[in-house]
Design a protein around this ligand. Sequence first.
Ligand code: AMP
Length: 215
Amino acid sequence: MRIILLGAPGAGKGTVAELLIEKYGIPQISTGDMLRSAVKAGTDLGKQAADFMNRGELVPDALIMGLIENRLQEPDARGGFILDGFPRTIEQADQLAAILTKLGMGLDLVVNLEVPEDVIIRRLTSRRTCSNPNCQAIYNIYTKPSQRDGVCDKCGSPTVQRDDETEAVIKKRLSTYQEKTAPLIGYYERNPAYCSVPSLVAGEVIDAIVQRLNR
Ligand code: AMP
């Protein structure tokens, strides 16, 4: 099962991916998580990516494409994957298509998660993320709080507000999304694997996805 999750930052891609992992046992490939781990680890990639991320801009395609091409060839991705936060530009989508052709892989589903912008801003400013790069569990102070305030339920590390989840940076990320990523909807719309679902309740998104895959 090979799935692309499209949608603005805060549309619920990470939460939907978690539910799909449980259901299908395939890995989530999140370029955002991979970049944040690289920033934490202080690698060359992390150093090059950090400023773009903290400004709410996209990291250059050249840095992203190598990362993805290698990741798609790891053994756990043989049975499928969930792409979360990639592709983010038409250029990335074109390059992804070339990589998939080269690897002899097709796409089963490209799903666009639809959420109004005011909901997104509320969701992102109330989000807390586990600071352990190997965990990165996501909480929400209103809808999914950790059992102990500020402490991850899964690994006990502190939960934090991401540097790029302040209101100013979120607004910039949303305008970057409108300019660079939203055009992907037109790009994939005519692909038979494409569908778009309202993303207010994660469980309902999963039901819609499963229904669509069983069609
Ligand atoms: P995310 O957690 O997916 O919202 O990603 C956080 C940040 O990482 C984004 O605001 C970008 O700066 C960067 N990023 C993540 N994925 C990509 C991508 N596919 N292309 C370019 N930049 C990305």
